[in-house]
Design a protein around this ligand. Sequence first.
Ligand code: PLP
Length: 386
Amino acid sequence: MKNFFNERAIELNQGAIRSLFDRVKYFPEAINLGIGEPDFDTPKEIVEEACQALRNGKTHYTPNAGIIELREEIAKYLSSINVSVDHNKEVIVTTGGMGALSLALLVLLSPGDQVLIQNPQWLNYISQVKFFGGTPVQVPVYEDNNFKIKAEDIEKRITNKTKVLMLNSPNNPTGAVLDYEDLKSIAEVVRKHDIIVLSDEVYSTLLYDGTKHCSIASIEGMKERTIIVNSFSKSFAMTGWRVGFASGPEEIINKMVILQENLVACINSASQYAAVKALGVFENARKMAEVYRKRRDIVVDGLNRIKGISCYKPKGSFYAFPNIKELGKDSQALSDELMDKAGVIAIPGSAFGSQGEGYLRISYANSEENLKKAVERINAYVHDLC
Ligand code: PLP
């Protein structure tokens, strides 16, 4: 049979960490710090709300943009971060953050349009952009700037084909958080070159040490050129519900709604009611963030006590990105050895882009007990190496 795939599908490959996860099943005793999802179950009242909605007959299609109650709650959340939106025209409920990213890229990109993405970056950005016809252009970030993307590095890579800048703060995989000053300088560059920002804020409630979330959309002149992407997955431990949202300029959101109608019609009804409840009881997100903060300290302080490893203390998300350069091994080799010989699964930094070489990504969405054990195991393994 001839090959019926189009060129983009032929190029479509599974993520760089897939082979690592395929091997995990052979190491059932290993502590898995590779997974990027909350270990908590969804808070009970959120689950109950969804059950109740189903019992009450909320089993039908919803508006393509999402139920109005949820869009209202989303608008309230956005106003709490100083972004005021019209829930009727500037908000769409999507299939997780991924659904929002896909819809936005699909309505924006023409073949050859360039999209600026930081390196290292979350695995799916590059693959999505390529599949949707765009050309990813990578902007390196550096540990000596706490892994924060710099306006000048962005500007150097702008060409007449640049259309979109993707930002992700708090960041996966580095945990970096962009503050108002960082975003203000980026905003200047973006306005000067007439670029649209896709601001992925799915870790916006996972912030530590008094850090406050700042969205680039809250900076003057930016709301009209920013699409905020957010999700219930990480903040409310709702990965399996597949509910997220985007907000942005009316004409872009409108196109995304029409596309959503054509692709999936709407997000499943019960998840949307659950999400209304999630935003109504925001305290859950704050409590979980406090637990992650403690875990971060266990992991980062523990790693910093290991000779040959140093770890920047991230201000957000639930990832640590320790520097392993002094150990004299590349990140893939160290990750393989930690799995085979130490019983700890950590993702090689190189999986997130060339700038990730020399680092590991360690997720601390795991119990304190496991995290302490994992740090001890890494310590013992590295000690034997030296
Ligand atoms: N953006 C980033 C940076 C992520 O790390 C993830 C998930 O890991 C997502 C978006 C998508 O999350 P979801 O589609 O579950 O909302």
